[in-house]
Design a protein. Structure first.
Lengths: 112, 115
C-alpha cells in the first residue's frame, strides 16, 4: 500500500512566524492529498486539500503545494497564531481505491 | 447534512474481554467507511475499509475484525482484547472514488483502555 512520511514530528514557532510541514508519498497513483488538524482529544478535521491536477492551493493563511514528479507535498501556514497549535496530519488517497493513508503527524506549537 | 455517530466515547475493558464499537452515518448513501487507530502520540493507522455491505478490507493483521451489516453501519469487534489494543479509535466516511473522491469525515472517536 501507500507509504506517507511526514516531517518534522514537532515544530515550535513564534506567533506571527510561518510554519512548513512536509510530506512524501510512495504511490504515484495517489491523486488526492488532504491535510487535517487535530486538537487535543478531538477528531481530525480537514483544513485544506489538493488534487493531483493542481500544483498549489491557498485558503487565507494556509496553502498547500504539490510536486507530483518528486512525490511530495507541503503545508504552509503564515502569520501563525496560538490557536494554530495542534497536531497536523497529511494524507494521500489512491485513484479508484479511496483509501486514506496518513502521515505520522506534526505537533505544532505556536508560542505567544 | 451528513453526520457520523460513534460510540462509546470512552471505554475501559479488561484484557481478554470482547469489544464492540459502533459507527453510523446519516445523510448519505453507500459511503466508504473506515476504522482507524491512533496510538498515543502517533499517527492514524488504517485498520479496515469498506465500500459496501459485507465488503471489508483489512489493512493490517491484528486481533480485531470489522463488519458492515447495513449500508451506513460499521462495527469494530474483538473476541479477546489485548493490552496492545489500547488507543483512540476513529470511524470515518467518504463518498466517491477516483478523481471525485471526497475527504474523509471523522467521528468523535472512542478512547479504549485495556487494563
Amino acid at each position: 500500500g501507500e507509504n506517507v512520511e511526514q516531517h518534522p514530528s514537532t515544530l515550535s514557532v513564534q506567533e506571527g512566524d510561518s510554519a512548513v510541514i512536509k510530506c512524501t508519498y510512495s504511490d504515484s497513483a495517489s491523486n488526492y492529498f488532504p491535510w487535517y488538524k487535530q486538537e487535543l482529544g478531538k477528531r481530525p478535521q480537514l483544513i485544506i486539500d489538493i488534487r493531483s491536477n493542481v500544483g498549489e492551493k491557498k485558503d487565507q493563511r494556509i496553502a498547500v503545494t504539490l510536486n507530483k514528479t518528486a512525490k511530495h507535498f507541503s503545508l504552509h501556514i503564515t502569520e501563525t497564531q496560538p490557536e494554530d497549535s495542534a497536531v497536523y496530519f497529511c494524507a494521500a488517497s489512491r485513484y479508484n481505491f479511496n483509501k486514506f493513508y496518513f502521515g505520522s503527524g506534526t505537533k505544532l506549537n505556536v508560542k505567544p | 447534512s451528513q453526520t457520523i455517530h460513534q460510540w462509546p466515547a470512552t471505554l475501559v475493558q479488561p484484557v481478554g474481554s470482547p469489544l464492540s464499537l459502533e459507527c453510523t452515518v446519516e445523510g448519505t448513501s453507500n459511503p466508504n467507511l473506515y476504522w482507524y487507530r491512533q496510538a498515543a502520540g502517533r499517527g492514524l493507522q488504517l485498520l479496515f475499509y469498506s465500500v459496501g455491505i459485507g465488503q471489508i478490507s483489512s489493512e493490517v493483521p491484528q486481533n480485531l475484525s470489522a463488519s458492515r451489516p447495513q449500508d451506513r453501519q460499521f462495527i469494530l469487534s474483538s473476541k479477546k482484547l489485548l493490552l496492545s489494543d489500547s488507543g483512540f479509535y476513529l470511524c470515518a466516511w467518504s463518498v466517491g472514488s477516483g478523481l471525485t473522491n471526497t475527504e474523509a469525515f471523522f467521528g468523535q472517536g472512542t478512547r479504549l483502555t485495556v487494563v
